[in-house]
Design a protein around this ligand. Structure first.
Ligand SMILES: *Cc1c(COP(=O)(O)O)cnc(C)c1O
Length: 404
């Protein structure tokens, strides 16, 4: 097969869609005003802002005044969690429930809060990468002020029972936040139907621009300010608005929602074809539930083939993949997500994440199915870890079967 470039790292970031770029261009050229300015050029920018807020709200199932624009998913996570914590502290409630395999934007914020006197319960996920609403219920205490559980995991793609967890939180009177950065634009998300009080999203994960995102905060729930200095976003987020970014994000979300069903169907087929093909590699296993996972997510372990080497050898074939999440590839620790599934250290270390988007083709899948088995073989041939498996020093745990 002729060499090609396959971008299959869409959980790290996505290529921008033409529609998003076209929505942004006028904001650089013509609508360059500051929305806070009272003159006509400023007011034109203000109109874009008002219009985008309405359109975003319509897609998410909330009111425009419940949307706050941010610099991305990380900021949204920080602000939602800090707001709920502050509100809890005022009532003497200093306990937070979350999971061990959240994104670092959530986990590191929780670490900071622990140093500030909060107590955090991190639920263990099952080896299929899921938790249950009943486990959340059991963890809630009278002093719990927040439950934060991600909608879909960025590494293994598992989709949590958000609606049920939301229902439990409503019953128990606890604020429920979800990091929906991997879900929005990929699977149906509706804050009203999903019983969530706060939600984070990011544009660059659904073909919008980088550096812009939004949070949803249910009306009546006080949001506290992370960035001081101006009256933008109703005083909750200072800084001249990123009008072009917001316009691009809105266009990208609309486009993603318009094609949601067809994209999900097509990607699920491509995903399952990849999994079936790669499972034929001996001593391999799928990480995370096979069914309750994002349409474009494949995460597999190949015993004795280190993730870093797999990425480099795949890259030499033109295939762009990831091992852990983008933020963990620089460190030698295996991903906290894979460790939370209870995988042995050496298996977690030997994993590959392939994340497809609607920009990928069936030919991309064919190409990966041809090249990746050879990549695994090449990496094993130079791996001392693989030698340990061959000599029996380390027992195989995968044996070519799928897990979960
Ligand atoms: C990418 C990502 C984030 C961070 O979003 P940024 O816009 O890059 O700050 C947060 N949570 C999850 C699950 C993500 O995948």
């Amino acid at each position: 097969m002729e060499k090609r470039t396959v971008y299959a790292d869409n959980a790290a970031t996505t290529a921008m869609s033409m529609r998003a770029i076209e929505a942004m261009t006028p904001c650089f050229m013509k609508i360059y005003g500051n929305p806070s300015s009272l003159h006509s050029i400023g007011q034109e920018a203000k109109e874009v802002l008002v219009d985008c807020r309405e359109r975003m709200a319509a897609r998410l199932g909330c009111k425009p005044e419940e949307i706050y624009f941010t610099s991305g998913g990380s900021e949204a996570d920080n602000q939602c969690i800090r707001s709920a914590a502050l509100l809890g502290a005022r009532k003497g409630k200093r306990h937070i429930v979350s999971t061990a395999f959240e994104h670092h934007a959530v986990l590191h914020t929780l670490d900071k809060l622990k140093k500030e006197g909060f107590e955090v319960t991190l639920l263990d996920v099952h080896n299929n990468g899921l938790i249950t609403a009943e486990e959340v219920r059991a963890a809630i205490r009278p002093d719990t002020c927040l439950v934060t559980v991600m909608y879909a995991n960025n590494e293994i793609g598992t989709i949590q029972p958000i609606r049920e967890i939301g229902r439990v939180c409503r019953e128990m009177g606890v604020i429920f936040h979800t990091d929906a950065v991997q879900a929005v634009g990929h699977i149906p998300v509706n804050v009203a139907e999903d019983n969530v009080d706060m939600l984070s999203l990011s544009a660059h994960k659904f073909h919008g621009p980088k550096g812009v995102g939004a949070l949803y905060c249910k009306k009546g729930l006080p949001l506290s300010t992370l960035i001081e200095g101006g009256a933008q976003e109703r005083g909750k987020r200072a800084g001249t608005e990123n009008i072009a970014g917001i316009a691009g994000m809105t266009a990208a979300l609309e486009e993603a929602c318009e094609h949601l069903e067809e994209n999900m169907e097509r990607l699920t087929k491509m995903r399952d074809r990849l999994i079936e093909g790669l499972k034929k590699i001996p001593y391999s296993g799928l990480n995370g539930d096979a069914k309750r996972r994002l349409p474009g997510n494949v995460n597999m372990s190949f015993e004795g083939a280190e993730g870093e080497s797999l990425i480099l050898y795949a890259s030499a074939e033109g295939i762009c993949l990831s091992s852990g999440s983008a933020c963990t590839t620089a460190s030698l620790q295996p991903s906290h997500v894979l460790m939370s599934l209870g995988l042995p250290h050496e298996v977690a270390h030997c994993s590959l994440r392939i994340t497809l988007a609607d920009t990928n083709s069936e030919e991309d899948v064919d190409y990966m199915l041809e090249k990746l088995p050879k990549v695994v073989e090449r990496v094993r041939n130079i791996s001392s870890l693989w030698d340990d498996y061959v000599s029996g020093k380390i027992p195989h745990v995968l044996g070519g079967k799928t897990q979960g």
